[in-house]
Write a protein that binds this ligand. Sequence first.
Ligand SMILES: Cc1cc2nc3c(=O)[nH]c(=O)nc-3n(C[C@H](O)[C@H](O)[C@H](O)COP(=O)(O)OP(=O)(O)OC[C@H]3O[C@@H](n4cnc5c(N)ncnc54)[C@H](O)[C@@H]3O)c2cc1C
Length: 202
Amino acid sequence: MIELETIQQQVLDAKQLRIFAGKSQFENPKSAPSVALLDMTQYAGVIEYYPEELVITVKAGTTIKHLNEILVENNQATSFVLPDNEKSTIGGAYAMGNPDLRDAVLGIKIIDGRGRLLSFGGQVMKNVAGYDVARLLAGSKGKMAIICEISFKIIPLNYAQKIACLKNIDQPIPIKTKKLSTLKIQIEQGIKNIFDPLGKFI
Ligand SMILES: Cc1cc2nc3c(=O)[nH]c(=O)nc-3n(C[C@H](O)[C@H](O)[C@H](O)COP(=O)(O)OP(=O)(O)OC[C@H]3O[C@@H](n4cnc5c(N)ncnc54)[C@H](O)[C@@H]3O)c2cc1C
């Protein structure tokens, strides 16, 4: 297991960095010596869990399997369906842009391309003036920032089961892979310039 300070130092030391976790979507890089690899499965575990508040905060490398096991002990569940394999992590699912997870997110802690630890949002739902960064970085695919911690809403297990039954969902919502519009590319470049102006995350 690693500490946030260690990750921050890795960002400062690296010329370029590739982030991975459970590797379910990650293709092994044709590794150039200048590209360091960051394994986020080393930053895993529950930070805070308030069953009565229906909120949990976890480290990004926590597997979805482990998360589900903890929640079910309290008759609770996530409001989103994610692959429950041994490897997939919550940070990876957020970085891949699972839409239901994005909707449930209340706050995130990230490390940006300058190695700064930044927090956005919190553990309660608030109206956001300006950019809702906690949701903006959903789908950033490891190219904008390191997602370190995520707080999100959870729901009672029987409610989750009813929703799944009503909507007939027991599979994750497929990730959209359609071609980006020119506007979307420009927006993504703008976000990259804010969080990773030196182009560390590739
Ligand atoms: C067969 C299969 C089917 C799937 N179907 C679906 C589906 O239908 N719907 C769905 O929502 N998901 C689906 N997934 C994807 C899955 O939910 C997520 O991709 C998975 O949780 C990613 O987690 P991972 O730990 O394996 O990430 P990895 O595969 O290791 O990484 C995925 C991406 O996220 C980035 N990343 C990982 N962790 C972080 C972090 N902490 N900070 C910043 N960037 C990070 C990586 O750079 C990479 O770009 C599927 C996966 C598989 C293998």
